[in-house]
Design a protein around this ligand. Structure first.
Ligand SMILES: NC(=O)c1ccc[n+]([C@@H]2O[C@H](COP(=O)([O-])OP(=O)(O)OC[C@H]3O[C@@H](n4cnc5c(N)ncnc54)[C@H](OP(=O)(O)O)[C@@H]3O)[C@@H](O)[C@H]2O)c1
Length: 317
């Protein structure tokens, strides 16, 4: 089976697991653009950072009286989810390194769809989880299976046309392009705060159709509330996410066999580097609590053993 077939199967399984679940957001792929001068810092704070909040230094008024800083804004916690070989290989030739791994694919689909137990006050809005991915991971999904159903898909790409007008058509879900991980965070925070906006211009992609897509994005995102936020790869997005203070959890499927790989997870989370950054493996019970399902022992798929595990960065709640 080719490498691309590996990715294909992953996505088929992901979709098939939820094909009867239906969906509630109408709209095709759209592009998120900033509407005003960017205010997000170019270089985000590096890990480890604690507590899990933005901090704003006090400002001085003209009478030299210090003003109280605004209350700290809680950050949206990010969870990375991936499957990797013992040498942390995650990809090959734009697809997955292994021919097929149905158990992990189904786990990925269940976990990224399952909503948090303790939901925020919804005020009439619908809770949805988010999957953030790099453009190459998005490209590895056959167009008829994207956006991934039941979740807000955020695709990080510097290319304005990364999401084609046909992407996801008929699937009834929304995909949004963000020009950077920081823009993705900005977008999700605006959804959370109920202030999601579209750009004043409808010409961001040089066509009226783009304007229609942006309007659809606003309409699709406005009634939503953010549940779990999952970063689903690939390597470059994992790397950027690991540097964010809100990345607090990693769900790793350890595949107990080596496959030829050209793409790797950027952190040996169980090694010295991971430990020095505060990462620690959590118990099976804690994993079960987070993912909301029981985890079996001695798992294997197609004769290859694998293990679901969870890591959290200590020092952050
Ligand atoms: N085993 C697993 O669990 C798993 C999970 C996911 C993916 N994968 C595999 O990983 C491979 C893909 O990973 P990858 O690292 O090559 O690609 P990727 O992270 O999926 O996508 C890279 C692209 O994302 C955009 N991007 C990345 N960082 C950005 C930033 N800071 N700002 C704006 N855009 C940014 C760029 O898109 P533009 O070029 O459009 O600007 C870049 O070319 C595939 O083989 C896939 O199958 C494996």
């Amino acid at each position: 089976m080719s490498q691309n077939m590996g990715a294909y199967t992953w996505l088929i399984s992901d979709t098939a697991a939820f094909v009867t679940a239906g969906y509630d957001v109408q709209g095709g792929p759209v592009t998120f653009q900033r509407v005003s001068t960017p205010t997000f810092p170019q270089n985000l704070p590096r890990v480890p950072l604690s507590p899990l909040h933005h901090t704003t230094p006090p400002t001085m008024t003209s009478t030299a009286q210090p003003t109280m800083p605004p209350p700290p804004k809680p950050l949206l916690p990010f969870t990375l989810i991936l499957a990797a070989t013992p040498s942390l290989g995650i990809g090959r030739a734009g697809g997955l390194p292994w021919p097929s791994h149905k158990a992990d694919m189904a786990y990925f689909a269940r976990v990224t769809r399952r909503l948090p137990k303790s939901a925020p006050a919804l005020q009439g809005r619908k809770l949805k989880n988010v999957v953030i991915m790099g453009r190459k991971t998005w490209d590895s999904i056959p167009s008829k299976f994207r956006p991934l159903m039941g979740r807000i898909n955020v695709v990080v790409s510097r290319q304005e046309g990364a999401l084609g007008p046909e992407d996801g058509k008929g699937e009834g879900e929304v995909a949004v392009r963000a020009g950077s991980l920081e823009s993705a965070i900005e977008l999700l925070e605006s959804v959370k705060e109920g202030t999601v906006t579209t750009p004043a211009t409808t010409e961001v992609e040089g066509s009226a159709a783009a304007g229609t897509q942006l309007q659809r994005a606003r309409e699709a995102l406005a009634p939503l509330e953010i549940g779990h936020v999952f970063v689903i790869g690939g390597s470059s997005i994992y790397k950027a996410a690991l540097e964010l203070p809100q990345t607090r959890r990693v769900l790793l499927t350890k595949i107990e066999k080596e496959y030829e790989c050209d793409t790797f997870f950027p952190l040996n989370i169980e090694g010295e580097e991971g430990k020095s950054l505060g990462w620690a493996r959590k118990s099976k019970k804690e994993l079960e609590e987070f993912v909301g399902e029981e985890i079996g022992d001695g798992l294997e798929d197609g004769g290859v053993g694998f293990e679901f595990c969870m890591f959290e960065r200590e020092g952050v709640e």
